[in-house]
Ligand binder design. Structure first.
Ligand code: CA
Length: 478
């Protein structure tokens, strides 16, 4: 149970909202030093709460990060493509085993009403899903009471919304056909063009259900506010996964041109508007004080410079890469009366830690083997100095290659693979080129200290191997 200054009179269980944006970099927000973007509502969260400076997504791309956040497990422990490399397509079966302990199932067990609204990207069904039929198992089978969102990404087919187990507004006379195989598409007359532009994959049909890119944020926000309103009398857990600011970057016209930096930066305004609507609604319903709001991003930005705005700040690299810019993300936590306003933490933390943190908030002991790589962040959130903190963190590139952090040290096993999707092919028997960086003095990861600090490099190699061979890195006491 929550321990704090109010321990003698425990507050009612707090509502918990996790807002996870898509491809927003460490340097994209004003509270992380951006001067050209406009993110007043996210900046207010930081002003009223705690801002982490060394927070990470477990992977530098979407699907594995989301898997890790919802399960508390490093995704690379699994052998499925989409978890140990790459991302899921919309033809993926559900990637989280039904019945496993998850972030939402922990909250549901504690009596919370739970919802996932927004981008899913973790598959449906037990085989290739047929979007004309019932899509179970999906979010509802891994702990969410409600789901509304898009199946994979906003640049992939099928370009439709799903509510619970069904596509919304589908005309049975115009069934959805889709594939990611160009040969099948050519044979069946399926097109890359869907809902107004070319997408990843091919589809035909389902036209009555197609989304409009410029309205996706409004639709998600409307759903989110409705969920909060319907559940104002009971504790709720809400996972709001925005499509902002993933490509295609098509903000609603009312945000176009605000920053002068282009559509992606204007989409940050749209994201910030959604956050503001959530906060206004919490305030109006009297829920602002007893709601923990967490904001983060699923990986770094895909761009490193937009007219001198640096989406990943001073960190090197971008989405899919093992450089810090690929996986170091903003993380903000606001919880009035519990989290000190305007505070910062330099602790090494990861979105994989949210599962154990949620269990601590609701006073639940994690079953053996559950959330195996998740560390409880609640003491850090509450400003309690003495506790079992994460000592090291393994991060994964878009290609499934790993690197490890410990303190300010970063070890990358092979520089030929550090650029993720931009890495060239490795020749057979080509030797690895390991690298060791000291981020405390070298934020740009430019000076390889492997030769100068062989004992630290050896320690990092051992740590990485230990994490890989162990089934769990979570302290047994948590
Ligand atoms: Ca992403």
């Amino acid at each position: 149970m929550i321990s704090s200054a109010h321990a003698e009179t425990p507050a009612a269980l707090p509502n918990v909202i996790v807002i996870l944006s898509d491809d927003v970099g460490w340097g994209d927000l004003g509270c992380y030093g951006a001067t050209k973007t406009k993110t007043p509502n996210l900046d207010a969260l930081a002003k009223e709460g705690l801002r982490f400076t060394d927070a990470h997504a477990s992977a530098a791309v979407c699907t594995p990060t989301r898997y890790s956040m919802l399960t508390g497990e490093y995704s690379w422990r699994k052998t499925t493509v989409g978890l140990n490399k790459g991302v899921a397509n919309a033809d993926s079966p559900l990637l989280i085993p039904v019945g496993s302990t998850t972030l939402p199932s922990i909250m549901k067990k504690a009596g919370y009403r739970t919802a996932a609204i927004g981008k899913w990207h973790l598959g449906f069904g037990t085989t290739t899903p047929d979007y004309n039929k019932d899509l179970a198992p999906g979010p509802l089978e891994i702990g969410f009471d409600e789901f509304f969102g898009l199946p994979a990404t906003n640049d992939r087919v099928p370009t439709v919304f799903v509510r619970d187990h069904c596509v919304v507004g589908l005309d049975p006379a115009d069934p959805i056909r889709y594939t990611f195989d160009p040969k099948i598409a050519a044979a069946d007359g399926m097109k890359k063009y869907a809902a107004g532009r070319d997408r990843i994959g091919f589809m035909s049909g389902g036209k009555a259900a197609w989304w409009k890119d410029e309205s996706i944020a409004d639709t998600f926000t409307h759903e989110v506010l409705g969920f909060i309103e319907r559940n104002k009398e009971k504790p709720f857990f809400l996972y709001f996964a925005t499509h902002d600011v993933h490509t295609p970057t098509i903000p609603n016209p009312r945000f176009v041109g605000i920053t002068g930096l282009g559509n992606r930066a204007d989409m940050l305004c749209e994201l910030d508007w959604s956050v503001g609507e959530v906060m206004k609604t919490l305030e109006r319903l009297g829920l602002s004080k007893n709601t923990l709001v967490l904001y983060s991003s699923d990986n770094g930005a895909a761009h490193t410079n937009e007219d001198s705005h640096l989406p990943n700040g001073h960190w090197r690299g971008k989405k899919s890469q093992l450089w810090e810019g690929g996986h170091r993300v903003p993380l903000i936590a606001r919880w009035p009366g519990h989290i000190a306003p305007g505070s910062t933490s330099d602790d090494l933390v990861c979105l994989v830690d949210l599962a154990a943190t949620a269990a601590a908030i609701v006073g639940q002991k994690l079953p053996d083997g559950a959330a195996p790589d998740s560390f409880n962040l609640l003491p850090t959130l509450l400003g309690q100095p003495e506790h079992l903190k994460r000592d090291s963190l393994v991060v994964m590139s878009g290609n499934g290659d790993l690197a490890i952090r410990q303190g300010g040290w970063k070890y990358i096993p092979d520089l030929d693979l550090v650029d993720g999707w931009q890495s060239g092919a490795k020749k057979p028997n080509q030797a690895a080129k390991p690298a060791l960086y000291d981020l405390s003095t070298d934020k740009g990861e430019t000076k390889n200290l492997l030769q100068e600090k062989p004992e630290i490099a050896k320690r990092m190699v051992d740590l990485l191997e230990k994490a890989q061979y162990a089934k769990s890195t979570r302290p047994l006491q948590q």
